[in-house]
Design a protein around this ligand. Structure first.
Ligand SMILES: [Zn+2]
Length: 289
């Protein structure tokens, strides 16, 4: 059986009120890192963040976006990954200084927060914030689910920048589940033996067989995950229309051009003085985004 990279699989147990998900990232993870000069520890964190964001994206009950962000208080200023309901992800990180150590805690510092924002295309935005107390991203997301949704959740996250692979396993009690305590402990204990290499190298069926061969597991069709930025010249133009023309000309006079670089995919959008004049000529409220 071949391993389906850049995909997410959902599963459930016939005899336990617990659901699960398994994700593996390769090209999407490599695309997210491409061109950025992140230290290895940040590459590792972004792999885990991308894995967990895809796991959470697959649980969305609406069309829209989910953003998972670490607001650091150490060398890491922030790390963020955004995912859409159709599993298109992008992300970036910013450091304030070169990290001295390479652990999660060395990077994020002692007063860091995890911020999860759900943005439906229709309806109200929802934001949940938890202080990061444990020594891993997975424990922070588990605390988030316990605090914001009262749902016991276990998450295993792995990333290996050298191999360009990231993976994650997610188990969660169903919201309307009954007798969930012992069921949840049981499926957790069986999953606790999983290793990064198994998730990287085995197919979903093989992983589930290895962990749960004595359980009845229902597996749903795998969904593709991909890196997609979504930035465009039109979006930068819309932002520039809010800035006075004289200010734009000033920048071009000083720097020779106006260059906007996307934080996520590093695409450059370059404007000269003719371009900014043309922007203003097309100012019409109905075209603004
Ligand atoms: Zn971009």
């Amino acid at each position: 059986m071949s391993v389906q990279q850049d995909s997410i699989a959902r599963f459930s147990f016939t005899n336990h009120d617990v659901r699960g998900e398994l994700v593996r990232l390769q090209n999407s993870y490599q695309s997210l890192l491409q061109g950025h000069d992140y230290p290895l520890s940040v590459q590792q964190l972004l792999g885990e963040l991308m894995a967990v964001t895809s796991l959470l994206t697959a649980t969305l009950k609406f069309e829209g976006h989910i953003n998972v962000q670490i607001q650091g208080s150490g060398p890491l200023n922030y790390a963020t990954v955004n995912g859409s309901h159709n599993l298109e992800l992008r992300g970036a990180a910013r450091l304030t200084e070169t990290p001295a150590g390479s652990t999660f805690r060395d990077l994020v510092g002692d007063g860091a927060y995890l911020v999860i924002t759900l943005t439906p295309e229709q309806g109200e935005k929802y934001q949940g914030v938890v202080g990061i107390e444990g020594d891993s991203l997975s424990s922070a997301v588990e605390s988030y689910f316990l605090q914001s949704e009262q749902l016991p959740t276990r998450i295993w996250l792995f990333a290996d920048p050298a191999q360009g692979l990231a993976a994650g396993l997610f188990l969660q009690v169903l919201p309307a589940g009954t007798n969930t305590g012992s069921s949840f402990e049981h499926v957790n204990a069986l999953a606790a033996t999983i290793t990064a290499q198994e998730l990287y190298q085995l197919s979903t069926e093989e992983v589930l067989h290895r962990l749960y061969h004595e359980e009845q597991v229902e597996l749903y069709p795998e969904q593709a995950v991909q890196f997609f930025c979504g930035c465009s010249r039109e979006k930068t133009a819309a932002a520039l229309r809010n800035i006075p023309l004289a200010e734009l000309h000033n920048i071009i006079e000083q720097d020779g051009e106006l260059r906007l670089t996307c934080d996520y995919c590093l695409t450059d959008y370059v404007y000269n003085s003719f371009d900014v004049e043309a922007l203003k000529a097309h100012t019409a409220p109905s075209r603004a985004q």
